[in-house]
Design a binder for this molecule. Sequence first.
Ligand code: MN
Length: 263
Amino acid sequence: MKLRIAAESDRGLVRRENEDSFLASLPLVVVADGVGGQNAGEVASALAVEVLTEWKPRLSARRPDRLRDAARDANRRIYTRAQHETSLQGMATTLTAAWFEEGTCTLAQIGDSRAYLFRDGELSQLTEDQSAVAQLVKTGRISREEAYTHPWRNRILQALGGAPDVVVDMYSIQLQVGDRLLIASDGLTDEVRDDSLKDVLATVEDPELAGRTLIARAKEAGGRDNITVVLVDVTGNGDDEAPSKWRHAWDVLNRPITLRRRT
Ligand code: MN
């Protein structure tokens, strides 16, 4: 499976800091959206990326339980650190982690960052938000459109670091050549409706340009939150390329703490 990746994170137009963190280091992709006082959210999301990066050598398409274990380990470590440092109390982060190998994408999900699949002109949301409004939509009590303005729209049911353990939602899909995966924080998906996401994914072929276009749309819509976008295009069949050969070229990291960890 040949993949092409692009990733970018933007502070948006309102927030003073960017508390999102991401890793775009194939075959691993991580998007984490931190919350917490002062800069604690940034610490939580960066720690999630750091822990997943440590787990990278042990991850495998045949062992999806390890991606789950990595997420639970990240939870424990964020939770423990929040317990021990007063300034970090209450910090937490969402996590959407994707592992691409052998034609499969395995996803681990906590919170309301999202993974979407664009295939054959159709956009489908792969992950279910662990949020109050997603529950209301699922049970038919509000529409998907009403979810965008609902007062509970930012209330997530679980986050890494919020409790000693978490229930990680796992997903797996078989990939096809031509698939385009979008992994993004809610700074994109709260501002840009699905039909507009689809429009960009369908019309902008270059993944970097498509990513920048999505961020621009989120900012045009208000840019009220940090915006992180990772796009992975499945460009061909064949053997997975050895990550060691091209890891450097594709490592896109937005945090000094993770940059230092790059080997
Ligand atoms: Mn956010």
